[in-house]
Design a protein around this ligand. Structure first.
Ligand code: BGC
Length: 263
């Protein structure tokens, strides 16, 4: 992108951080105002390169970052759909296997020439929901579950994130839970919302019996259609749609990068 095409704002004040969501189909980034959790200006999206190897993805992330005129010290956080331990991807359920063992933070850091924090996508979303969204000011145990290509989970206890819970891979009735209850499964099997809700009922019943959360927040793109499935669920736990919808990953990654942790 030419220099003239860069977005005009200069985001160099300390209350701003940059969040990037690395997904299967798109890599999206935006500067985030940390006091409100809102985007400062527009979000940029570039399709995920194929094959989505670490190098190709890191180059695309750099393109997203370079399309903004960011001060070099603006904290940068990236989400990734895998277990992330100290910046390194440990799993690859729905991404290229080449990512296993890759230091996501370092690879993106090199490509962008900046210091980067990497975090599991659902953890980022969960953290944002607690800071700014549906779980704000909710004490106790909050479980954020994202329904998308896979099922992601974030466990937050009194505002502290317990990273990498991976509850999408609980084995339920002999199946990897996300293979039956993700939004991709609904799509793949052409399930009605009523049929899908039966699978979600089974999934969330197991989850609430294991964790006894005070609140469950449901995120992912399909949370826009929450009226079509959440009212069909009969759970002990209060269950609500995500407040930030799909922006949650970007916002949470930006906030975690600014605070320097906890992952
Ligand atoms: C991955 C998780 C991820 C979730 C949502 C799962 O398949 O194992 O790490 O958070 O999908 O993308």
């Amino acid at each position: 992108m030419s220099k003239d095409a860069k977005h005009k704002h200069k985001h160099d004040d300390v209350a701003t951080a940059f969040g990037i969501d690395i997904g299967g189909s798109g890599i999206k980034g935006a500067p985030v105002d940390l006091s409100s959790g809102e985007f400062v200006g527009e979000r940029v999206r570039i399709p995920t390169p194929r094959p989505a190897t670490p190098e190709a993805v890191a180059r695309t992330v750099a393109e997203v970052v370079d399309s903004f005129d960011l001060h070099k010290h603006v904290p940068i956080g990236v989400t990734f759909p895998a277990v992330i331990l100290h910046g390194v991807a440990q799993s690859a359920a729905n991404v290229d296997d080449a990512w296993i063992g890759t230091d996501v933070a370092a690879t993106v850091g090199e490509a962008t020439g900046r210091r980067v924090l990497a975090v599991n996508d659902a953890d980022a979303a969960g953290y944002a929901e607690v800071a700014y969204g549906a779980a704000k000011d909710v004490p106790g145990v909050v479980l954020v579950v994202t329904l998308g290509t896979g099922i992601g989970s974030a466990l937050v206890v009194d505002g502290v994130l317990v990273p990498n819970t991976e509850l999408g891979h609980l084995e339920i009735d002999g199946h990897d839970a996300e293979s039956r209850a993700s939004d991709a499964a609904r799509d793949r099997e052409d399930l009605s919302f009523e049929q899908w809700a039966q699978r979600l009922q089974r999934y969330f019943s197991v989850v609430e019996n294991l964790f006894w959360p005070d609140l469950i927040v449901v995120g992912g793109g399909v949370s826009k259609k929450h009226e079509q499935f959440l009212p069909l669920l009969d759970l002990r736990t209060r269950i609500v749609p995500a407040g930030l919808r799909n922006a949650a990953g970007i916002v949470g990654a930006a906030r975690l990068a600014a605070l320097g942790g906890p992952v």
